[in-house]
Design a protein around this ligand. Sequence first.
Ligand SMILES: Nc1ncnc2c1ncn2[C@@H]1O[C@H](COP(=O)(O)OP(=O)(O)OP(=O)(O)O)[C@@H](O)[C@H]1O
Length: 320
Amino acid sequence: MVVQLPASLIKLTAPLLEADTKKHLVFIMNPISGTRKKERVPQLAEELLDKTQFTHTFALTERPLHATELARAAAEAGAYAVIAVGGDGTVNEVASGLMHSKTALGIIPFGSGNGLARHLGIPISTVEAIRLLNQPHTTLIDGALANGRPFFCTAGLGFDAHIGRLFASAGQRGFGSYVRLSLQEYFTYSPQRYSLEVDGRTFRRKCFVVSLANAGQYGNNAYISPEADIQDGKIDLCLLKPFPAVQALPMGMRLFQGSIHESPYMEIIRAVHIRIQSPKSECMHLDGEFLPFEGVLEVKAVPACLQVITPVADKRVIMC
Ligand SMILES: Nc1ncnc2c1ncn2[C@@H]1O[C@H](COP(=O)(O)OP(=O)(O)OP(=O)(O)O)[C@@H](O)[C@H]1O
């Protein structure tokens, strides 16, 4: 059954959910994410979902952070899972509304990078991602809070946040836009100084990038912390020191080959509580979404806070 409801009416489905013996899936679709069209998703869901197990509802997001409100309402109404149809920003917003609830997150990837979906082995193909919802495996993953805001994939300061800020105003989404901006900005970007407090230990570093990795990659199989374990209760603090221009191509290759953790310019520390000060940094990102930075970033791991529908219920990190 497809119940087409205006987004704001999802909470009214609660009695319907209680009365229904089938599990209910709420799809939350971000109309502006990524570069691929999503119009066929409701039709594909209707064709591919196992109707003996599930009923489902679709809602469109109308503004930033709307997905969090919708997901929270769906969890309170007793939905079995909320399916984020969008990129890492949409996944972040849906997951934020489901943290510490019994309702699982599902992902139909439609973003530019799809970092969390790729890390968890969720298919990028829409058909395969919908088929995955018919199987019963969920994995309990960690999240983290950055200045009180949840993230599940990566957050950070430095060059990647700088690119995130430019990407947000570029008017063009997609991986090509990221690559073009990175090449354009590399030669003029000034690495910043950071004061760090990591599980009680204080030190300073000058860095090109400071990343906080819950999952191993930014998206598009660009692995900033290839050995990150999304179930270890910790965040990987990745400190990439400035490197000479001649190293730019090898570093780019390492990022995509999954060997950047072996570079002499990279230092990775696993921690529960991280405090970063950087008076001159102006921007940060949370799961790829740019935010202004006001000098201090406090990050805390939130262990085992989110169930996600994944291909296997297995502790191993899956990379595809
Ligand atoms: N109706 C809407 N109008 C404008 N913005 C929206 C709407 N719904 C959601 N958003 C915002 O869209 C932003 C981008 O979403 P998302 O990250 O899913 O796509 P993307 O940026 O293309 O993908 P990726 O993160 O993989 O690059 C999110 O920050 C979200 O708050």
